[in-house]
Design a protein around this ligand. Sequence first.
Ligand code: SAM
Length: 202
Amino acid sequence: MADEAHDLQTLAFYDREAEAYAGRRLPKASPRLIDFLAALPAGARVLDLGCGGGQDSEVMLAEGFEVTPLDGSAGLARIAQARLGRPVRVQLFEDLEDEASFDGVWANASLLHVPTAGLARVLARVRRALKPGGVFHASYKAGDGGGRDTLGRYFNFPSEAELRAAYGDAGPWAALAIRQGVGHSYEQEERTWLHVAVVRPA
Ligand code: SAM
């Protein structure tokens, strides 16, 4: 059972739009994904948390990593499974139960949909899923509090200070770095993004 409500409207959007969303053109591998993989040992176990259509999992598998793709949208998971030729776990972030299982967790533009009140608890679940010394990357659209976009999706829109507080509440980290960047959303709107990299203490 989830310990915090997820946003039903957001997951309904991804199920409804699964084909179009998974079919959008993406760069083969973002510079941030390349940096994340460079910090991992060869063949490391990676959780692609909120894998969407599976594009990043595809890159990681091609690089020889042992990838577990996971998404809460059954529609997107089906498409990712067909792309990857392997099972995709259909699960909510709020239900993650793994313990010390992954060398890395990659959450690209996914935890940004977790309702603000539940973010620290989800981050604690991610921390528990990491092996000691494991690395965790996540990206968020910056802002001054939760709200919906024109497509009806919920975003937590945190400030850097709010993110530091939520990660702090989730438990101790060996390192916490936040970098700002500019990116485009699915609606082609230009926004400031916050890219968070942390390490579970060894
Ligand atoms: N990481 C992919 C990428 O970069 O293309 C997908 C990003 S998409 C903006 C957000 C993803 O998070 C969607 O695939 C959606 O189904 C998933 N998601 C949203 N809320 C979720 C939840 N509570 N549990 C599991 N997955 C969720």
